[in-house]
Design a binder for this molecule. Structure first.
Ligand SMILES: O=C(O)C(=O)C[C@]1(C(=O)O)C=C[C@@H](O)C=C1
Length: 291
């Protein structure tokens, strides 16, 4: 049996976790939390084998809060990554928020609640149809659905998953309200144990680089260590070190395993110019395949 910490039942994370982990013939115990901090801490404190972390979204980009937790607050290696479609829906009680003719009564909706990332994926929809509604952020999409369920008759609605609506006895008022159809979220499986349930043809490595101070052209040299070896990078992002204004580290995703010959030598070259390198994980990368 393996155990995994995840955002609340019925969240996008929960659906994505089941997509990834179920069906390997191994029993999985899920531990649900309302806040992402508790998801990380459960695995960091040894209560679960893995934590399921949404890290990047097609529309909203990197989830900086989750990146910061991964880098600054815990030391949990990345063991796998996969993408999962993020289809968000407007959820509420149709008896309360629908006209007699069956049309959605937008003017009766006074509040929309959701996870900030899910809400950001529906910005255009909310502007067009619900500009008058108050928008409120909560810890997960399913948490939003639960709060709406517990507050009937107030004109509240949530943005979230079909399964959360069903679990809470609410209705899909409008389906697929995300601004673009091609909306995917990239998830990480983090924890101390390597992930061995499934093989993948593609491997990635994520590293964190802190440049030496006052070293002109340091970033250029870092990138050239990869480019002349023809090592492909899939993401480079800078985040503040939080130690001094203007100090940043670079988070780089590399399309190569640490087991390859080339990558360790590129990293050694980068360290030789005075950069600090921390490997966040070298892991299989899985593509989404509709089942
Ligand atoms: O609230 C949820 O349902 C989550 O799983 C969180 C989360 C996120 O943090 O990115 C995950 C995927 C969705 O794209 C929106 C929100």
């Amino acid at each position: 049996m393996i155990s995994a910490a995840c955002l609340t039942k019925g969240s996008t994370s929960d659906e994505a976790a089941r997509y990834m982990l179920n069906g390997f013939g191994v029993e999985i115990r899920y531990e649900y939390h309302r806040m992402i901090a508790d998801v990380f801490l459960s695995t960091a404190e040894g209560k679960t084998d893995y934590a399921i972390i949404p890290i990047e979204n097609t529309i909203d980009g990197s989830v900086s809060l989750h990146t910061d937790w991964l880098v600054d607050e815990v030391n949990l290696p990345i063991q796998a990554e996969w993408v999962y479609p993020s289809i968000q829906n407007l959820i509420g009680a149709s008896s309360e928020l629908t006209e007699a003719n069956g049309n959605l009564a937008y003017d009766r909706i006074v509040k929309v609640m959701s996870h900030p990332v899910a809400m950001a994926q529906c910005t255009q929809y909310l502007k067009r149809h619900l500009p008058h509604a108050e928008l409120e952020h909560v810890g997960s999409t399913s948490e939003a659905v639960r709060i709406v369920r517990d507050n009937p008759g107030r004109g509240w609605s949530a943005i979230g998953q079909v399964s959360a609506a069903a679990d809470n006895g609410l209705d899909i008022l409008e389906s697929a309200v995300t601004d673009h159809d091609n909306n995917y979220t990239r998830f990480l499986l983090v924890g101390p144990k390597p992930f061995t349930l499934k093989e993948s043809e593609k491997h990635k490595t994520s590293i964190l680089i802190t440049l030496p101070e006052d070293y002109p052209g340091a970033l250029h040299q870092v990138l050239s260590a990869f480019s002349w070896r023809r090592i492909n990078l899939s993401r480079i992002e800078s985040r503040p070190t939080k130690k001094k204004l203007g100090n940043y580290y670079f988070l780089i995703d590399i399309e190569m395993s640490m087991e390859s010959v080339l990558l360790p030598s590129a990293i050694a070259e980068i360290e030789a110019i005075g950069c600090q390198v921390r490997v966040l994980g070298s892991y299989p990368s899985f593509k989404y395949e509709a089942r």
